[in-house]
Design a protein around this ligand. Structure first.
Ligand SMILES: *Cc1c(COP(=O)(O)O)cnc(C)c1O
Length: 366
């Protein structure tokens, strides 16, 4: 047995600590634990989605529609793109892996930023391709630096806007200038997992660029703003040619039947999405203001999380929060040992987090 040596050197993905795990470790009842670690929606599950899944349950003996026709039709109407330009994923994560499988191999490379979503590196390296990391600029994508790193063997550039785990973003002129300079043979993956939260007209909407740039793939997720993280649904918008290629590496039934049913119902419920965005907008302001009151620095964000700079190793603060039943996301694995990433919760949850932080930081005992 010999795995690719690049793969054995990869650090496994470290998800936010599950609630049940902390409950087992500390004896704190699961119901008292607050998880602000994985950028999930803080809202209760959408009743319309639950009802649609209950309706679909009787059909679980059948394979799902491998083409996801009904969901693609709904997405097509929303995106203004024909269904042959859409690809469905088991989360947008699945799409990132499919893109790597289809376009990368040993001898090729993929370019992405320092502090980028860790799946770009793992998906790249698993194909034997080189993962080429470009130093970040102010915690975000240095678009000029990314362009400079592209060479004849660069087949994919991954960029998230806004970026995870830092929350940073770039604007439309910057993106247009970037696209104009990327070689036509290099795929640009614009990962918009947080775009629904970025209510700032300065940010590009990737869908506005896919007609003019046949090398662009826009990846979106229904897991976060639509509240379907446990179901795993994402989609990619691209040229029909790229969609056809991705369809060849896609697992035949990658999106399961309950996820398809739930996603269709979620897309039909504009009010739930709006509520989530509203709660997030205020929650982000609440966290920003509270953190500032505590004298803590944070990276400005257009997402549903805020990344806090404690200006010293944040591990002990993470541990102290765990002891109070609050799970946030340490970023040492991303090379940011002084930072913690905190997802926006409901107003009372944000208060609880800020109270806990004020006790921990104020006590000066960590
Ligand atoms: C959460 C996230 C994803 C993955 O989303 P899923 O749809 O849950 O797979 C992709 N990219 C970024 C930047 C993310 O933060």
């Amino acid at each position: 047995m010999r795995a690719l040596s690049e793969v054995t050197r990869l650090a496994p993905y470290t998800p936010g600590k599950p609630i049940d795990e902390l409950a087992r470790e500390t004896g704190i009842p699961a119901g008292d634990i607050l998880k602000l670690a994985s950028n999930e929606s803080p809202l209760a599950a959408n009743p319309a989605v639950i009802a649609a899944i209950q309706d679909a349950l009787c059909d679980i003996t059948r394979y799902p529609d491998g083409n996801g026709f009904r969901l693609k039709q709904k997405l097509s109407a929303r995106c203004g793109l024909p269904i042959d330009r859409l690809t469905l994923g088991n989360g947008s994560n699945d799409l990132l892996v499919m893109i790597a499988q289809a376009f990368l191999c040993r001898g090729r490379n993929a370019v992405f930023s320092q502090y980028a979503f860790s799946v770009y590196a793992s998906a790249t390296v698993a194909t034997g391709a080189e993962a080429r990391e470009v130093p970040a600029l102010a915690w975000g994508n240095d678009l000029e630096g990314l362009l400079d790193a592209i060479d004849d063997n660069t087949h994919v550039v991954f960029i998230a806007n806004p970026n995870n785990p830092t929350g940073t973003w770039f604007d439309r002129p910057a993106f247009a200038a970037f696209l104009a300079r990327v070689p036509a043979e290099t795929i640009v993956v614009l990962d918009e997992a947080y775009i629904e939260y970025a209510d700032d007209p300065a940010l590009p909407n990737g869908l506005d660029y896919v007609d003019r740039h046949p090398n662009l793939i826009v990846c979106r997720s229904l897991c976060k703003a639509y509240g379907l993280a446990g179901l795993r649904v994402g989609y990619a918008a691209s040229s029909a040619h790229i969609a056809d290629i991705l369809n060849r590496v896609r697992q035949p039934f990658n999106v399961n039947s309950l996820a398809l049913a739930g996603a269709c119902a979620a897309l039909d419920d504009e009010a739930y999405l709006e509520l989530g965005r509203h709660v997030n907008r205020h929650g982000l302001q609440q966290l920003h203001a509270g953190l500032t009151r505590l004298g803590l620095a944070w990276i400005p964000s257009r997402t549903n999380f805020v990344t806090v700079d404690f200006a010293r190793p944040a591990g002990p603060i993470y541990e102290a929060l765990l002891r109070q039943g609050i799970i946030v996301r340490p970023l040492a694995g991303y090379g940011m040992p002084n930072h913690l990433r905190i997802s926006v919760g409901l107003p009372s949850e944000n208060d609880r987090l800020l109270d806990a932080l004020s006790r921990i930081v104020g006590a000066g005992d960590v």
